[in-house]
Design a protein. Structure first.
Length: 332
């Protein structure tokens, strides 16, 4: 059984083929970094135009890499939301056209569920319920995952997403876009204790996050010190504070919910300091931490295939009325 998945929620045009819900046959991703780089963030109109140019070559690329033709595809999964509406519509229109012409079942997938299900492509030892931190360019959420499709929201960011903070700080420091990978790398050359940036903690016991104060603190530091600082020290100091907030609140939620397994998901889950710090801190509390390979943390269609396959098995089908939902919530 071959499932073709399509993902265009933000600035990656992606397609993948999953065999029998288990075996990745292809995973093709076209990023748009060079288009959005000069703006320091994604420009929605440019993103959807680029998706239009890339969608057919990327789908063809995924089929070719899988060694199959469109006639051998048995079902199609596509990201319905959340994301940029103009970007989502390109993938949805392509998926609907293919499903209609080839008379194939179509499954709609929540992008955040895709990020969470990415771990199931690589691990079979994760037991429900577990805690997941989904941290990407557009989202920072903590959920208790009750089973494949049931989620209990525990906390979320009240302002910027974690990845957005990395991107904005990189913009302040003129490091390019996306900021996460550059700051991750540069931090290794910096002294994380040289500058202490503030961590936002809520006194009401909530499991929410806030990153805008940290971003502003970095901006104020840069403005106050002009050129009298080492960029790597700022990167390392910022990363320490951001990672600290993510680790503290995630572990707090795991303890509160009595969960011993934590799954990291989304682009920020690539961060080497986050992976290491979360693992160490969790181990001290007798908890385990899991995260997918980097290519499955950032946006890709294989994770959409994995999540879509499960919904396909349950008999879920989308029809030709399927529309993008920019603010789609998990479990909706
Ligand atoms: O999941 P993703 O590819 O797209 C969204 O759904 O948003 O996440 C992209 C985000 C960007 O903000 C990027 O800067 C961040 O993930 N990111 C990282 C790292 N790699 C990517 N953040 C911190 N450290 C990294 N190594
Ligand atoms: Zn994503």
């Amino acid at each position: 059984m071959y499932l073709l998945a399509i993902e265009t929620s933000c600035d990656e045009t992606a397609a993948a083929v999953l065999e029998n819900g288990e075996i990745p046959r292809s995973n093709v991703v076209a990023t748009q970094y060079e288009i959005h780089g000069r703006y320091g963030g994604v420009v929605p109109e440019l993103a959807s135009r680029r998706h239009l140019e890339m969608i057919i070559p990327i789908i063809n690329g995924a089929l070719k890499e899988a060694g199959i033709t469109l006639d051998e595809v048995n079902a199609i999964a596509v990201t319905r939301g959340p994301g940029l509406v103009g970007s989502l519509l390109v993938g949805i229109s392509a998926a609907k056209a293919l499903a209609y012409v080839k008379q194939l079942p179509l499954v709609a997938v929540n992008h955040l569920e895709g990020h969470i299900h990415a771990i199931f492509l690589e691990r079979k030892d994760i037991k429900f319920p577990f805690i997941t931190l989904v941290a990407s360019g557009g989202h920072t959420h903590l959920y208790k995952v009750l089973d494949f499709h049931r989620y209990q929201a525990l906390g979320r960011t009240r302002d910027d997403a974690a990845g957005e903070a990395f991107d904005k700080v990189a913009k302040i420091l003129n490091l390019g876009y996306p900021g996460g990978p550059v700051i991750d790398k540069l931090s290794q050359e910096g002294n994380e204790a040289a500058i202490t940036f503030p961590k936002s903690i809520f006194s009401d016991g909530s499991l929410d996050f806030s990153f805008s104060g940290l971003k502003t603190a970095v901006l104020n530091y840069v403005l106050a010190h002009k050129n009298g600082y080492k960029v790597a020290d700022i990167a390392a100091g910022f990363q320490r504070a951001a990672v600290g907030m993510l680790v503290d609140t995630t572990l707090k939620s795991a303890a509160k919910e009595n969960c011993l397994q934590i799954v990291l998901a989304g682009g920020v889950a690539c961060n080497s300091a986050l992976r290491k710090t979360m693992k160490q801190a969790a181990q001290e509390k007798g908890m385990e931490v899991f995260y997918p390979s980097p290519a499955l943390c950032t946006d890709n269609a294989l994770m959409i295939a994995k999540a879509g396959y499960h919904r396909f098995l349950q008999g879920e089908r989308a029809d030709m009325e399927l529309n993008a939902k920019a603010d789609l919530r998990l479990g909706e």
